[in-house]
Write a protein that binds this ligand. Structure first.
Ligand code: AMP
Ligand code: ZN
Length: 495
């Protein structure tokens, strides 16, 4: 597989550190608010990457953190802890909102068919690991204490800016966001590993440490959690493009300073989902959620399909018009799959393998999901049995997870229920009109006489008075009425 590596700025052949095994780390959500659909684009593309690696036969272990402490309002250690701001907004404790938004995050993931990573670790659960890391960095002279906080000294590194496109000016976040820059830092790029004296004294969650009671910086959590579960050699680290700097840059700095050798080989960054008005952002407070999509009548699968139609390394513009177009295409696709009959033909394994080739080629090429979606249409067009098509589509959906078969089955059930309801309504209308005809006929005195005679004959037969029954029949016959006995009862014909 060819994968674009942000650290080397090129596509590279993917070769894991241990043959056949992949260690994968994903920066998880900061749980102070609902995830917006931009965040979820990133998690969805990471989900496709994980599933494709499994599809390709790798044994993948994927770890994700949940940021429930230390992520300040700007990514570069300035401003207040996002969790604390969220707790204040909702008049709850930090742990209460962390639990609420963590659950909400995984509920959204489920709706979008995003698999839960093998290990999910809240940042507050690994404080000892961070303390150990920071102690080692101090011993190795990569970290220093100033003003009560512990900082990483970026001047000690040969190369700090890994993802190139960033310059020191980008660190002027304090100026940009109207908060004061931190005078304790020796170098502008230095970052906090442990806070004991922040400007925001009412930090709710604090732990004892060799440097005083405080809390960890955001960046150290991902290094600590990743190394705890995945060791010193990480194959893939992913996140949204805004994580590249400073977050991932700082993760690399502290992790490699700690272990003393290269740490993560492939850095995969998903570009942003933007609205027509610009970047979608949680901190701005105006953002779109999966629930909102549902309220507006969109199946979350339509959003997944929409995202898969474009490449993860291109930013994607969200608009309602784009969603509507995706919904039309998705619904047509599902209708075509629903029309396939699984009992038609056998699965042709050789034909299935050929159809899978296009899909594999697309995803092998830096996860080209848009071409993988095209491969679905190639299957539908192919001259193979319906059984073969359904088998191949089920195979593709283990990676794409856009509900190809279950949404098609739901559509088939819906159409069958609608057909049954229409037939029942037709039958009821027919019965009602037959009953109306019977009632109209019974209103005719001659017909009423015939019906009474039929009833009398039935009673006579029941009493085994066959002579009387025959007499009634003959009398009617003489008046030009023929009786017809059927298993459902006796009807008549007026000659
Ligand atoms: P956060 O919860 O803010 O820590 O972000 C969670 C993930 O979403 C991170 O990987 C971010 O890089 C990513 N992210 C943030 N904004 C967007 C966006 N507009 N589009 C795609 N991914 C995003
Ligand atoms: Zn992270």
């Amino acid at each position: 597989m060819q994968l674009y590596n942000s650290a080397t700025h090129q596509k590279e052949e993917f070769i894991p550190h241990v043959p056949g095994k992949v260690s994968m780390y994903t920066c998880g959500p900061t749980v102070y608010h609902f995830a917006h659909i931009g965040n979820l684009r990133t998690y969805m593309m990471e989900d496709v990457l994980e599933k494709y690696l499994r599809y390709a036969g790798y044994d993948v272990t994927r770890v994700m953190n949940i940021t429930d402490v230390g992520h300040l309002s700007s990514d570069a250690d300035e401003g207040e802890d996002k969790m604390l701001k969220g707790a204040r907004r909702e008049k709850k404790t930090v742990m209460e909102i962390a639990k609420f938004y963590t659950d909400a995050f995984f509920a959204d993931c489920e709706k979008l068919n995003i698999k839960t990573p093998d290990i999910v670790q809240p940042a507050t659960g690994c404080i000892d690991e961070y303390i150990h890391l920071i102690e080692t960095l101090i011993e190795k002279d990569y970290a220093y204490e100033a003003g009560g906080n512990i900082y990483f000294d970026t001047a000690k590194l040969e190369k700090y800016y890994i993802f190139n496109d960033f310059k020191e000016e980008d660190l002027d976040v304090g100026v940009r966001e109207g908060v004061e820059a931190d005078g304790n830092k020796r170098n502008k790029a230095d970052f906090v590993l442990w806070f004991t004296k922040s400007k925001f004294d009412d930090q709710e969650l604090k732990w004892p440490s060799p440097w005083g009671v405080g809390y960890p910086g955001w960046h150290i959590e991902c290094s600590g959690i990743s190394m705890k579960y995945l060791g010193e050699y990480l194959d893939i680290h992913c996140g949204g493009i805004d994580n590249a700097f400073p977050h991932h840059t700082n993760e690399i700095a502290q992790s490699e300073a700690y272990i003393g050798h290269p740490w993560c080989k492939y850095w995969v960054h998903v570009l942003h989902l933007n609205t027509t008005g610009g970047k979608m952002s949680k901190s701005k407070g105006e953002f779109l959620t999966v629930s909102l999509l549902e309220e507006k009548g969109y199946d979350p699968m339509v959003y997944r399909f929409f995202c898969l139609q474009s490449h993860y390394r291109k930013s994607l513009v969200f608009s309602w018009e784009n969603m509507d177009n995706a919904a039309v295409a998705y619904n047509k696709l599902i209708a075509r799959i629903a029309a396939l009959d699984p009992t038609k033909g056998e699965v042709d394994e050789a034909a299935a393998a050929t159809l899978k080739d296009g899909f594999v080629k697309a995803l092998d090429n830096d996860l080209n999901t848009s071409l993988a979606v095209t491969a679905i249409y190639d299957v539908l067009k192919a001259k193979v049995s319906d059984a073969t098509k359904l088998a191949v589509l089920a195979d593709f959906d283990t990676v794409l997870s856009v509900g190809l078969l279950d949404r098609a089955a739901a559509l088939r059930d819906k159409l069958a229920a609608e057909k049954a309801a229409a037939e029942a309504a037709k039958k009821a209308a027919e019965e009602a009109s037959a009953e109306a005809a019977r009632a109209a006929a019974a209103a005719d005195p001659f017909v009423a006489e015939i019906l009474a005679a039929i009833d009398a004959r039935k009673a006579a037969k029941k009493e085994k008075n066959f002579a009387e029954a025959d007499r009634i029949r003959d009398e009617l016959a003489a008046r030009g009425v023929t009786l017809i006995d059927t298993p459902q009862g006796t009807t008549y014909k007026i000659n």
